[in-house]
Write a protein of this length. Structure first.
Length: 471
């Protein structure tokens, strides 16, 4: 009986230890630490924050169901890294991914605000410590970290914005804080000021497709949006997006097939004075547009589908931020080579409202067209433009210029070389018979050699079969 009782006590103690261990390794009880690839150990988030005498951990409680994220502090490391400290009340289910930041206090220019990825180093309770990836602290006496917004991953069942039929991968939260770091004596001090931002309240990402002739097309990618400001005039805009080349083949046998290359991060810097256009072999395929347009202008200039008109309805502005080229072949099975654009977010807007000019960082999500999203302009018909003989001549001239400047497709060069090989001896034969006869002799010799090279393997196989059968 005593043995059974002792066994019960041992099992009870073991189960108690298991319960304590599981509880202690959860984020609410035990810090999670990260180690750099070089072997560098990072300090705990609470250890860092407690260096501030005003810090109180009780000010940052765990709140189940609160998926907001808030940047509460930054710090520089002795190795030139930048740490960002985040309050994320829900603890589990939150993945902070990136932030938008400039390294100047104000008067933003194109390219000043960038999107930086974050890596988790330590988490304790509702507080987390991240390092800014691919960022190096500068050597200036005074350093500025103007953080516009911070992003976390989309959470199914929590985030409900449908994106007007688009896909949303990252949700933004306003930060609007300017951190200033400078060395005072032996210590680095930090100051924080609140900064004004502008927030995108409604958004749609799409593209228009324009045929260029000879199996080519141009996709004009755009974002239509509204903000919490009533913008009278939009002058400049910076946009971040991800670009990825693809190959697509539609077949009745085996189904559709997509192949993608590596994705690349891109930035676009737009002004209201700049124009863009599609690549066209003939002028009647040519389209030109402003990079920044009102939604009404955009709708009037383009033959939009009913779905696109509904998606951009009620929005204020359109940014046409990048053009990508593609080719297609429609014989037997439709095949297409092109470029997808995703994770579109607006970084900066310079605009005028009520006579006052603003130049602000933008709080905006990362939004992508749906994988099967079609062009937003009506396809299937060529542009209804009457092409005069002069237009035709200009189109031919543009094609000639593209050819000699290296902007034509590879098959154009192959076609020209083939025609030259055939026509040059013929023309010279008519003009100078002796030269033509000489060139025809060369072509005959080259053709015979190529024919021998092509047929040699088959002749060898036939000879081998005859040997096997004893012929």
């Amino acid at each position: 009986m005593n043995k059974i009782k002792r066994l019960h006590i041992v099992l009870a103690c073991f189960l108690l230890l298991v319960v304590l261990a599981v509880g202690m390794i959860s984020p609410a009880f035990m810090p999670i630490m990260a180690r750099a690839a070089s072997g560098t150990e990072y300090s705990d988030v609470l250890m860092d924050l407690r260096k501030d005498s005003d810090f109180k951990e009780s000010d940052y409680p765990i709140v189940a169901g609160d998926y907001a994220v808030n940047v509460i502090q930054v710090a520089e490391s002795v190795n030139g890294e930048l740490f960002v400290y985040v309050y994320q009340p829900n603890v589990s289910g939150i993945t902070v991914t990136s932030l938008n930041m400039a390294t100047k206090p104000n008067e933003f220019q194109a390219g000043d605000i960038k999107n930086y990825k974050l890596r988790l180093l330590s988490i304790s309770g509702a507080l987390a410590k991240y390092v800014v990836r691919d960022f190096k602290v500068c050597s200036e006496d005074i350093r500025y970290y103007n953080i516009i917004s911070v992003f976390r991953k989309w959470v199914d069942g929590v985030d409900t914005d449908d994106g007007n039929g688009n896909d949303i991968y990252e949700v933004p939260y306003e930060v609007g804080k300017l951190y200033t770091a400078q060395k005072v004596g032996a210590e680095i001090t930090y100051e924080c000021l609140a900064m004004e931002t502008i927030t995108v309240t409604d958004k749609y990402v799409g593209y228009l497709r324009f045929r260029g002739g000879m199996g080519t097309f141009t996709d004009s990618h755009y974002v239509a949006f509204s903000t919490d400001y009533n913008i009278d005039k939009l002058m400049e805009a910076d946009v971040y997006f991800v670009q990825q080349d693809y190959y697509y083949r539609s077949s009745l046998i085996g189904g559709d097939r997509y192949e993608y290359k590596d994705s690349v991060e891109k930035y676009a810097f737009l002004t209201c004075e700049e124009q863009s256009s599609n690549k066209a072999y003939f002028s009647w395929y040519k389209h030109t547009w402003n990079q920044i347009q009102s939604v009404s202008e955009f709708g009037k200039e383009n033959n939009l589908t009913d779905e696109a008109q509904q998606a951009i309805g009620g929005k204020q502005w359109v940014l046409r931020f990048v053009e990508t080229e593609g080719t297609y072949v429609s014989e037997i099975a439709y095949t297409e080579w092109g470029t997808k654009v995703s994770e579109v977010t607006i970084l900066r807007l310079k605009f005028e409202t009520d006579g006052k000019v603003y130049n602000l960082g933008v709080v905006d999500n990362k939004q992508s067209p749906a994988p099967d999203q079609k062009p937003d302009n009506v396809q299937g018909n060529l542009p209804k433009k009457e092409s005069s003989f002069w237009d035709w001549l200009k189109g031919v001239w543009n094609s000639i210029v593209d050819f000699f400047t290296g902007h034509s497709n590879w098959w154009v060069y192959l076609l020209v070389v083939g025609l030259a090989v055939i026509l040059l001896p013929t023309i010279l034969g008519l003009l100078i018979p002796s030269v033509g006869k000489f060139l025809f002799g060369i072509l005959k010799t080259v053709g015979s050699a190529l024919w021998w090279i092509i047929t040699a393997p088959f002749k060898g196989i036939a000879w081998l079969f005859r040997k096997i059968r004893g012929e």
